[in-house]
Design a protein around this ligand. Structure first.
Ligand SMILES: NC(=O)c1ccc[n+]([C@@H]2O[C@H](COP(=O)([O-])OP(=O)(O)OC[C@H]3O[C@@H](n4cnc5c(N)ncnc54)[C@H](OP(=O)(O)O)[C@@H]3O)[C@@H](O)[C@H]2O)c1
Length: 208
């Protein structure tokens, strides 16, 4: 698949590397195109790096690897997103990481959909720590990625993408279920950083 990764931080770099290893076509976009170019060069010659609009232009799937508060700026910089799948991986956390800034009646994913009405927004990966993106970090475990979206085709494509990089995709229902997934992401932050488990923990939905 042709994937644009917007952001060069912990998640952006992790996704770009992992997707490239899985032979996807990857373009990295950043507000500082130089940072994206350096990361792309570090990963390998098949990965492109530059501005946000350039990365988005040829991609079918756009992963926003940015703080929730930066989504509006990145979407404006992206240009035409109509018909593209936009993956929101964010947890809209408060500055101390201990709570969610929005929730109950909306979610980061739904707010991203409002910011990019022509795009098809999919919620996924918000419960996977950056430290667990690299395959070797996951050891022999197959971690679950909860995928919420209103569009069945987009959900299937993002689920396939998750599977291609070694995760088990779990259908989490409509995009509005991001209202429930984001608190799970926040609970994972508490387990990882405030309750002593470390950032190699991830939630799983178990069926008995
Ligand atoms: N880290 C995790 O374990 C984890 C797990 C699950 C979900 N998430 C979610 O993933 C997202 C990214 O997290 P992260 O840990 O990768 O963050 P990060 O390491 O701090 O990286 C953030 C990236 O966003 C860019 N950025 C910040 N403000 C921007 C703006 N206004 N316009 C354009 N780009 C901007 C930064 O660019 P500059 O370098 O130019 O500042 C940087 O590339 C967040 O929404 C987070 O909730 C993170």
């Amino acid at each position: 698949m042709k994937v644009a990764v917007i952001g060069t931080g912990n998640m952006g770099a992790g996704f770009a590397r992992l997707l490239s290893e899985a032979k996807h076509e990857v373009a990295i976009g950043a507000r500082d195109p130089g940072k994206a170019a350096v990361l792309a060069a570090d990963i390998g010659s098949s990965v492109e790096g530059g501005g946000v609009a350039a990365a988005v232009k040829l991609a079918d799937i756009v992963i926003l690897a940015l703080p929730f508060g930066a989504a509006g700026e990145a979407i404006t910089a992206a240009g035409d997103l109509s018909g593209k799948i936009v993956v929101d991986i964010s947890n809209p956390i408060t500055p101390d990481f201990k709570g969610l800034a929005i929730g109950h009646t909306t979610s980061a994913a739904e707010e991203v959909q409002k910011l990019a009405p022509g795009a098809i927004v999919v919620k996924a990966f918000n419960t996977i720590f950056a430290q667990l993106l690299a395959r070797e970090a996951r050891k022999a475990q197959t971690l679950q990625v909860f995928v919420a979206a209103d569009d069945a085709g987009a959900k299937a494509k993002v689920s396939d993408l998750a599977t291609s990089i070694g995760f088990e995709a779990v259908d989490a229902g409509p995009l509005s279920n991001a209202r429930f997934l984001e608190p799970i992401g926040e609970m994972n932050i508490h387990f990882g950083y405030f309750l002593g488990r470390g950032p190699t923990t991830a939630p799983a939905w178990v069926r008995v």
